[in-house]
Ligand binder design. Structure first.
Ligand SMILES: Cc1cc2nc3c(=O)[nH]c(=O)nc-3n(C[C@H](O)[C@H](O)[C@H](O)COP(=O)(O)O)c2cc1C
Length: 187
C-alpha cells in the first residue's frame, strides 16, 4: 500500500462514518484558540466531509465559545479517533462562520426538528442557569438566527493506525490545488 492509498482509506473511513451516521469517527474534537491565546477543545458532530476542495462542516450556536474563538482566529485542528478501527485522523485547517446566509439557510432547511432544537436555547451557551431540566428554546426564527455553520478548509491530515502487535502506521497528506501530496512518517 502507498502512503496515498493509506490516507485515502482513512479519509474514506471518516466519510463513511459521517454519511452512514454510524461508528465513532464522526464525533470529532475541534480545537480552537481563545482570544486570550488558550487552547480550547470540545466534541462536535462532523456533518459533512468534502474532498474537492477539502472542507469539513460542523454546526453550532452563535453564542458558543468555539464560535467566538473562530471569529477571532480561524486556525483550528480537528481530531477523530475510532476505537473500532484503531484509527486517528488529525486535520489542520482554517474555519469560517456562516450565520443567516445562504449556507446557513440550506443547512438549517435540511435539519430535522430534533436536530434544530440542539441550537437556539433561550439561555446562551455557558451562562449560569437555575435548572438544567427547564431550558426553553427561542422562537424558531430566532433559533435559526443563532444557528451557525462552521466550515473548515482543510490544509493537511495526519493519519495514524494502530496495527497488531503494537506496530503503528502513520502518514501525512497535504491538500493542494491539484489534489494531495502524501508521505509516510515515523510515528
Ligand atoms: C457526542 C457529542 C456531540 C456534540 N456535538 C456538538 C455539535 O455538533 N455542535 C455543538 O455546538 N456542540 C456539540 N456538542 C457539545 C460540545 O462538545 C460543547 O460541550 C458545547 O458546544 C460548548 O462548547 P464551547 O463552550 O467550547 O463552545 C457535542 C457534545 C458531545 C458529547
Amino acid at each position: 500500500m502507498t502512503s496515498r492509498e493509506f490516507i485515502e482509506a482513512g479519509l474514506e473511513a471518516l466519510d463513511a462514518s459521517v454519511r452512514d451516521k454510524q461508528g465513532d469517527l464522526r464525533n470529532i474534537q475541534l480545537a480552537t484558540v481563545s482570544p486570550a491565546g488558550h487552547p480550547a477543545v470540545r466534541t462536535l458532530v462532523l456533518r459533512r466531509l468534502e474532498r474537492s476542495p477539502p472542507v469539513a462542516e460542523m454546526h453550532s450556536d452563535a453564542r458558543a465559545d468555539k464560535v467566538r474563538d473562530i471569529a477571532n482566529d480561524g486556525r483550528v485542528m480537528i481530531l477523530a479517533w475510532s476505537a473500532e478501527e484503531h484509527l486517528q485522523l488529525r486535520f489542520e485547517g482554517t474555519a469560517v462562520l456562516h450565520r443567516d446566509d445562504d449556507v446557513a439557510r440550506s443547512c438549517w432547511d435540511a435539519l430535522s426538528a430534533n436536530a434544530r432544537n440542539t441550537y437556539g436555547l433561550r439561555a446562551a451557551s455557558g451562562t449560569p442557569i437555575e435548572d438544567p431540566e427547564g431550558l426553553e428554546h427561542l422562537p424558531e426564527q430566532e433559533q435559526y438566527e443563532q444557528f451557525t455553520v462552521i466550515l473548515v478548509s482543510l490544509a493537511s491530515v495526519d493519519i495514524l493506525r494502530l496495527e497488531p502487535e503494537g506496530r503503528q502506521t502513520r502518514a501525512i497528506g497535504r491538500f493542494t490545488a491539484d489534489g494531495m501530496t502524501a508521505s509516510w512518517v515515523a510515528q
